[in-house]
Design a protein around this ligand. Structure first.
Ligand code: KG4
Ligand code: ZN
Length: 335
């Protein structure tokens, strides 16, 4: 049988990325141009700046991905591109690049939801077995997604305020750590001890929803109160206490959902999946549940990349999905 070769394009936030995937699971190339250095001095992603960087980088990154893969445009079976959610001006650059290449070379176009991409990063490691759950934790999303088959996503719980990554970045900012703060908090947390009492938002007993804004405020208040009283707080212990609270809620709810939905697999997805504490806590929790397989992608497939978009796009393409050349960016797209 002929191989399925898919080019993936991702520009929803601050990484310009392109990748070529064979048969949905084999990475032939995975190119990511990060803009983090440009946004750092502003303490977060500046949307206008992100769009401009994507315009500069997109063609170079796509050419590089094709060259590294040793694939010509004529050999592509489909182009998969992130339609949303994300920053609209950033998404438009990827969507338009994908449309231009698809139109000029008569290649089918497949739009992909960014979170579907994060979930399918796992398929580059391990074949999916259904039913499964994915804990999706990124800078913009925190949700538990249930899947009974390929391409079908049911959100059973989501954040009611801040995403986990957003809380990490905001707490990092109050501790004067550089953007993105997640990896810095993660590092500090491992040097500290969780001695500071911080809240855990369990919400209603049967809810799989999350809330992190109260925790974030508690961290900020702890720092303020200490400063007023002239007491110094060890930022390592504060980071460790914050990380403990986030991980406790994420892991507890994921384990409960995995049991209730009787799943065969649990997949960890999104930028916060790079968190060492979270990876370890999930591994320990699922060691007690040997009938459920835990899959955790390597760090470079957790943060934004285009291999995950090509992986999701390959499955959607095989299911018959085709997007028209009227495809637009959709910053608030539902999964
Ligand atoms: O998935 P992603 O690359 O972009 C979005 O789609 O949002 O996730 C980025 C987020 C940022 O908030 C970043 O601080 C967080 O992932 N992150 C981490 C770690 N590495 C990245 N959070 C906690 N611990 C980490 N090691
Ligand atoms: Zn992402």
């Amino acid at each position: 049988e002929k191989d399925l070769i898919v080019l993936g394009i991702e520009t929803s936030c601050d990484e310009t990325a392109a990748s070529v995937i064979k048969n949905g699971t084999i990475i032939l190339s995975n190119v990511v141009a990060s803009q983090i250095e440009s946004h750092k001095r502003f303490g977060g992603v500046v949307p206008e700046l992100a769009s401009r960087h994507h315009v500069e980088q997109i063609t170079i990154v796509i050419e590089e991905a094709l060259k590294e893969a040793g694939i010509t445009l004529a050999e592509l079976d489909a182009i998969a591109v992130t339609e949303g959610p994300g920053l609209v001006g950033a998404l438009l650059v990827g969507v338009n690049a994908a449309k231009a290449i698809a139109f000029a070379n008569n290649i089918p176009l497949v739009s992909v939801h960014h979170i579907a991409g994060h979930i399918y990063a796992n398929r580059l490691i391990k074949e999916m077995t259904f039913p499964l759950l994915s804990l999706v934790v990124s800078g913009g999303h925190t949700e538990i997604v249930y899947m009974e088959e390929h391409g079908e996503f049911k959100v059973i719980g989501e954040t009611r305020d801040d995403a986990a990554g957003e809380a990490y970045d905001k707490v990092a900012r109050t501790l004067n750590l550089p953007y993105p703060g997640g990896p810095h908090i993660d590092r500090l947390a491992h040097e500290g001890t969780p001695t500071i009492d911080l809240p855990r938002a369990w919400l209603e007993e049967d809810s799989y929803d999350f809330s992190f804004s109260g925790l974030k405020s508690a961290v900020i208040n702890t720092l303020h109160n200490a400063a007023q009283k002239g007491i110094s707080i060890d930022s390592k212990d504060l980071a460790a206490s914050f990380q403990d609270s986030v991980i406790d809620v994420l892991v507890t709810k994921t384990v409960r959902a995995a049991k209730e939905y009787n799943v065969k697999q649990v997949l960890l997805s999104g930028g916060v999946a790079a968190n060492k504490g979270l990876r370890k806590a999930l591994e320990e929790a699922f060691k007690q549940l040997p009938s459920i397989e835990l899959v955790i992608p390597p760090l470079n497939l957790c943060t934004d990349n285009a291999a995950m978009i090509a992986a999701a796009g390959s499955v959607l393409f095989e299911k018959g999905k085709r997007s028209s050349l009227a495809l637009n960016a959709n910053p608030g797209l539902d999964i």
